[in-house]
Ligand binder design. Sequence first.
Ligand code: FMN
Length: 302
Amino acid sequence: MTDTKVSLGPVTLATPLVAASGTVGSVVEFTSTTDFSKYGAAVVKSVAPEPWEGRPAPRIAPVVNGMLNGIGIQNPGIDEWIVSYGDQVADIETDVWGSVVAHDVDGFGRVAAAMESVPFAAIEVNLSCPNLDGLPFALDASSTAEVIASVRAATERPIGAKLTSDAYNIGEIASAAVDAGADWLVVANTVRGASIDVATRRPLLSGLIGGYSGEPIRPIAVRAILDVRAALPDVPIVGCGGVSHADHAVELMLAGADAIGIGSAHFADPRIATKIMRGLERYARRNGIDRLAELKGAYEPW
Ligand SMILES: Cc1cc2nc3c(=O)[nH]c(=O)nc-3n(C[C@H](O)[C@H](O)[C@H](O)COP(=O)(O)O)c2cc1C
């Protein structure tokens, strides 16, 4: 039997798979859809200090084997979220992580403080949404540090900082997040993208530019993981981007990820985690690997 446990510093996950934020709703609604023991953790959709309406339709579109989304992080705000789902989180056997988002630094801390009443095993910080000045926090090291420090002051729970591969200096941003108190890094979120229908000449998203995800972004995720691993050899990484098969998960681990986020693949197959775990165990058996954690960073350089 392969040992599937992986460590993210202060937490140990039963499997390396993490259901990525925004692709499994509140997690509570998703538990009846699939076998949740296949996930080491599942992340709720990002929640803000107040309700966000999100962008008008169209806000999701398939593009070249991947998908564009410009949902605008529609969410009910943390107070309403707790009323609707807070009590049910304790019944979920897999670890559930909160995900905080806000347009200003204090807002992140307020949401994290409110989440203290919910038994989340960790708090993920979505640094990839635009701040009030317009640019995502995760494009700038000092903005990233301020946000993480605000969440760190609000909670003693483990913190994952969710970065963007759009940052060319992602290693520097990752270091700023860790220095400010993040326990691990999530590498990464969607990639900025856009598409236009040549027949109607209309953009596929009402907001024109959105987040691109799914298989085509996997090489970008691999590159971002390599960059962060080079900057921070010992900090835990949840690699995320373009994983829909066990081989993809292995690829991200070989690049340096400890655990693997599964996002868009849930839309094609809500039971994808079961297939990926079966494939990972088969890969381990065939390659004489006792512990999946051995795969981390184990690529062979030329
Ligand atoms: C429809 C949709 C909604 C998403 N919403 C969020 C969100 O609320 N918070 C967040 O941190 N990431 C969000 N993401 C990003 C995913 O968690 C993930 O990081 C990204 O899609 C890359 O992984 P993938 O290629 O496996 O989908 C969303 C992605 C999609 C496709």
